[in-house]
Ligand binder design. Sequence first.
Ligand code: FAD
Length: 470
Amino acid sequence: ASESEENDVVVIGGGPGGYVAAIKAAQLGLKTTCIEKRGTLGGTCLNVGCIPSKALLHSSHMYHEAKHSFAGHGVKLSSVEVDLPTMMAQKDKAVSNLTRGIEGLFKKNKVTYVKGYGKFISPSEVSVDTLEGGSAIVKGKNIIIATGSDVKSLPGITIDEKRIVSSTGALALLEVPKKLIVIGAGYIGLEMGSVWGRLGSEVTVVEFAPDIVPTMDAEVRKQFQRALEKQKMKFMLKTKVVGVDTTGNGVKLTVEPAAGGEQTTLEADVVLVSAGRVPFTAGLGLDKIGVETDKAGRILVNERFVTNVPGVYAIGDVIPGPMLAHKAEEDGVACVEFIAGKHGHVDYEKVPGVVYTHPEVASVGKTEEQVKALGVDYRVGKFPFLANSRAKAIDDAEGIVKILAEKESDKILGVHIMAPNAGELIHEAVLAVNYGASSEDIARVCHAHPTMSEALKEAAMATYDKPIHV
Ligand code: FAD
């Protein structure tokens, strides 16, 4: 084994948490090494998550628009076909360009990149089984665990990534399944269900809970579910999967009501298991150095990202909090700022969430249910995209902006947007919420016309006064 000289910071895991932490640490003048076992940087997000899913969402949306909407805009096509290998190649190109881009950023910032599986041998030493077949010892004054998460499996269901797939398999199917069953109505299941539904699959989503995306504002969620149902996505809520049979050609799934009752059998060509994600720490040797985890296997840290072992930190999906790439990045920056003796800061109450279906749903802050539970007096302002001129001009007007503000002070508590580009629109609200703005603050800002953003201004007007256009 070769030994490196001591680093100021060693990061285990090169996902959005780890690679951002490594770059930021190097920018702060700390000698930094990042260890990644995958062979490419970018973690779940770039390789098998955010990026490939958004590539396929975009390509499948283009196909769907060409097939169902172009004619209405006076664009005639004689035929529209899916060329799945090309669609997948475009997705793969996006992924490889971006992962290579991070390697470039490592070089530019002088982060040492070690390709291999890291495991602790002491709180300041990591041994790495390198992908080339050797081994190395990497030493660090500070070690950041950024090993992320993995697919959660369900008891009795074996994922073979062909007929029973995780999100990873669902991003690489070789043909469009005639029937796709999605287990779990979280954002990943709905996004992947949308991709294959647009390409022609009959999609049924089976969910144990009474609602889809349980973290969403209930009123917006209802509209969202209706929008997906219009796209022919079927929902079986309050339903549990009790058996899977793959002995025939397809897959037979036995389900029953969540509360118990009569069983039914569903047939599918492919079943996607998207029942959540679990922290990944296998083979890391946490027990060897005594790092504490909770019952769910998440590493416990204090407000400075330090575990119970001094000098060992953890960030991203492997610690409690929303399992989102941008949250992992914020953790990464704040963590190394603390290491460098600066003041890191992440406000978990103000992390935006986006579901990248069509329409998209984006939110920041509290839902109406959460505000009610707090017992705060509040006002609600809403504005439908049906009354927004840009949305009407482009004939894509399904959606709403909903703002919740404290009655007394008008301070914004939560913003929820369903719109074609809600994931972009939400950031004005994210900024407002982070600066403690009132709804009147947004309403009095001049917004360009005609834009979808005007719907946010109008919803803000509706919160403390009256909107103009409804
Ligand atoms: P990860 O990205 O999981 O990275 C951890 C890395 O550590 C991995 O590359 C792993 O190989 C490596 N590693 C683990 N153990 C070791 C070891 N012992 N030695 C060396 N390397 C190790 N989030 C969003 O915000 N927006 C989205 O649109 C979005 N879409 C998603 C779609 C899908 C299909 C999936 C699955 C996830 C999506 N996510 C999305 C979630 C997002 O991918 C994660 O929140 C994010 O990747 C977490 O970053 P991380 O750095 O904590 O961990």
